[in-house]
Every structure is written in structure tokens, then in C-alpha cells.
Write a protein that binds this ligand. Sequence first.
Ligand code: C2O
Length: 548
Amino acid sequence: GITRHYKFDVKLHNVTRLCHTRSIVSVNGQFPGPRIVAREGDQLLIKVVNHVPNNVSIHWHGIRQLRSGWADGPAYVTQCPIQTGQSYVYNFTIVGQRGTLFWHAHISWLRATLYGPIVILPKRGVPYPFAKPYKGVPIVFGEWFNADPEAVISQALQTGGGPNVSDAYTINGLPGPLYNCSAKDTFKLKVKPGKTYLLRLINAALNDELFFSIANHTLTVVDVDAIYVKPFETETLLITPGQTTNVILKTKPSYPNATFFMTARPYVTGQGTFDNSTVAGILEYESPPKSLHLSKMFPLFKPILPALNDTSFATNFASKLRSLASAQYPANVPQKVDKHFFFTVGLGTSPCQHNQTCQGPNGTKFAASVNNVSFTMPTTALLQAHFFGQSNGVYTPDFPSSPTIPFNYTGTPPNNTMVINGTKVVVLPFNTSVELVMQDTNILGAESHPLHLHGFNFFVVGQGFGNFDPNKDPAKFNLVDPIERNTVGVPSGGWVAIRFLADNPGVWFMHCHLEVHTSWGLKMAWIVLNGELPTQKLLPPPADLPKC
Ligand code: C2O
């Protein structure tokens, strides 16, 4: 591989959408941010310079960061944030990954405007396991807020209620013609007939899983989270925040007498966050040769998306995803398990201070937790504390490996919905083979949670509805060709089982990629200890690592 240099100047930039102009935090004055292009095996040196009043930190979502945890990016987990006027060079190498990932800010809600694609091409001379696409096109889903997203979340955390929802979903930063005052801000993909396009879909939205479809065109899924999958055709995709999916779009063999909408809208399983707005872009065939005399006013075809709460579509779609599991791309599914974990994920409440009334359930504040622990962010970075042996007063290694008081997770919720607070972590010896079952709880409603693990890909070996049954369900696990990824939807009212090998020393964040749930505490961290060999140890911290 080669070394590629990028410079990210984080600065304010005026953007107008839906007739509202806002000064947003941007990278290089671009919205969405710049695209990073590299090949598998390349080293990236990305210098991030902070020119804004906010503290900033950037995460390279899905990059494994083998031994390079200092470059992972979550603020107060692997680094202190980059303060105003300061800079930091993220230094990492892409190992064993090819496809699409993305980068985003990993502090507060700055990722609402600070995000962009990471395109990873195969090594030079190594073909795709499918016909070489004519062209690759990133399609990044996001959310536009007319208000400042930082104000939206800080107000919600103060009052204890749910944050205001965004004003539009976007494709490559553009809401499209179905919103008011937005027709000119429409993403248009111009294509030629009879070609294959590789669409690199990225869900960078803050708070919604999305369905996506292109009218009258079938899509072939070939890669998720930068891992090849067994190709399958579908009209519609489901993509959760934090997930990326490569699909092949075969354009029609001749010029169709029409243009086509591509649309996305939320898949909502929870209560109270219903939102029926739809972002639309346009798939347009480049002008046909004059001799074809097509009518000028092309009719517009619109795709049909599943109902907003179509859980059976979601489950079905998830079950179609299988890793290639070929000789060239083996699925190294851990067959033995050293350590079993069972985590409940869901909402809860926390007390309102000073005898005030809060706007959350029954006058409390909304909270969210893993095994009833709502994670408190430290004021220094966990990775530094771990590396320098200064954990005292920063974190405790007592994260529970299963719920302390089990209950019927999909039945009537317990009377006491209060979470406990703490900066608790799990400590794993190097190369521990982990099985983790995550169970959605019905506290304040069943809801699907896209759980994202930093530093690893994991295998999704099983999923189901109801309460996980440790006596029956493991017999049905797929240990042959399960999908390998970094973000998985824990189904609403159900569970998902994953396995991974803890072969990457460092501190690794795990959290719901619905930003509001992260803000409420649905997050925790794993510490993986160094192995014996020099190649099994975390690299030393870079000299310019930011200080708190
Ligand atoms: Cu994409 Cu911890 O995040």
C-alpha cells in the first residue's frame, strides 16, 4: 500500500436548506464533507485542524484500527477532543477491508453536519468478486435540522424530554423536491443505459433507520460494512445509522422514456418518534441521441417503500445477508466461545434534579442503558487512562456480564425503570473469543437499536423475537456463513447474537448509533489487553495526541 495525505480544516460554513440558512460546522467548507478514497493496505494520514469554537473529534467508522486505537476518534474514549486552534493527525492503515465506510464527528451531535464517505478500493490487481462496475457513486443519507443540532440535544438533556426531530432527511446533503422550498436541492444521478453502477449507500442519519428504493430498478447487494456478501437482488433496502451497503444498479439497456425517483424514509419501530417525511433524488438517463425523438416531458416513476413499521421486511432483509465464505474470503467465525455476555439494551429513566419536574416519563428524565448501566462519559480519555495505568477515578472494570436482576424483557416492564450511572467497562484478555447476546427491552416501548462496535467486525450468528432462550436458541446459530459487520440492528422486541475475537488491543466503544440513545447513555466500552508478542500490543500514543 501507499501513504495518502488528507487535510481536514474544520470551519464554519453557511448552508441553506428548506429556506433556512445556518452556519454549520463543516470540513473544508463542504457539506457533506470530502470523500476519502484509498485502497486496501494503504496508510492514511489525515490532519484535522480545528478552526471552530467547539471541541472536535473525528471517527473513521468501521475502520478496524488494528493496534492504532489512538486514531479511532470517539471523544473521551480513545482521545481528548481537538480544542479550538489545535490539530491532530489521524494515522492508520486499512487492513482486510474493501467497500464503503464513512467518517463522522464523534462528540456531542456534531456528526449532524460533519460526515463524509470512505471509499476503499481493492488492492491494485485484485478484482471484485463481481463484474467490475462502470462507476461508483456514494449515496449518503443524512438529516437536516433548521435549528442548531447542538442546541437541540442540549435542550433535550436539560429538560429530560425527547429532542426535536430533524426537518428533513437528505441524500448527499439534499432534501429533494418532496419538502417545501427544496426542489432545487435535489440529488440527481445521471446514468448511461446498459451500464452497472456501484452505489455506495451510507446511513449517516442521526436517529433513523431508513428504507431505500429506486423506482423500476432492481438492486443487487454485494457488500455491507466493507465486507463482501453473497449477492442477492432486492427492490428495497433497509439501512440503519452506522451501516453501509454497496449495491449494483444495472441501468436499462436502452433509453427509457421516463425519469425515476430514488427515495428513502424512516423505518420506525418505536413510539413517539414517528416521522413520515421522505427524501427523494432523481435517477436520470443522460440525453438520448437526437434520432430517438423521445418526448421531452418524461413521466416520473416513484418507488413504493414498505410501511413505516414493517418489521417483517426488516427481519427478512437481515436474514438474506450472508458472508461470501469462500476460499478467498473465508468467514473466520469463532467456533468456540471463551466468554458469554448477555446485554439488555433499551430505554429507562433517571431522576430529575432539585425536585423540578422534567419532561420525560412521569416527570423523570429519559435515559438509556446497557444492562441497566447508563454510561457516564469521563472527563479524560479512557485509552490514556488504561495505557498509563491511571484508571483510578476514571473507569471501573465491573461492567455486568448479564442483567443483575433479570425480568421478562418483552413483557410488562419492571416498576422501577431507573438506570444506574457509571463509567463501567469489560476487560478482556487478548484473543478472547466473545459471544454477546443483545436483548431489546420493553421498558418505555420496544424499539430497534443499531448497535455499533468500534475496533472489530463481528459475526451476526443469530437473531429472533421474544426473549432469548439460552437453552434453545444457540442450536440455531449460523456458524458457517453469517454476515460480518460493525453495526447490527437489535430487533424491536427481540434479540441478536454476535461473536468476535478480541484480537485488537485497546479501548473500544460500543453504542447505539441512534444519536439520541447514545446521548442518553446507551453505550459502554471494552478494554482488550495486550498479547504477549510485540505484534499483539497497542502502539504507543502519537506525540500530538490532544490533551484534555
Ligand atoms: Cu459511527 Cu461510535 O460511531
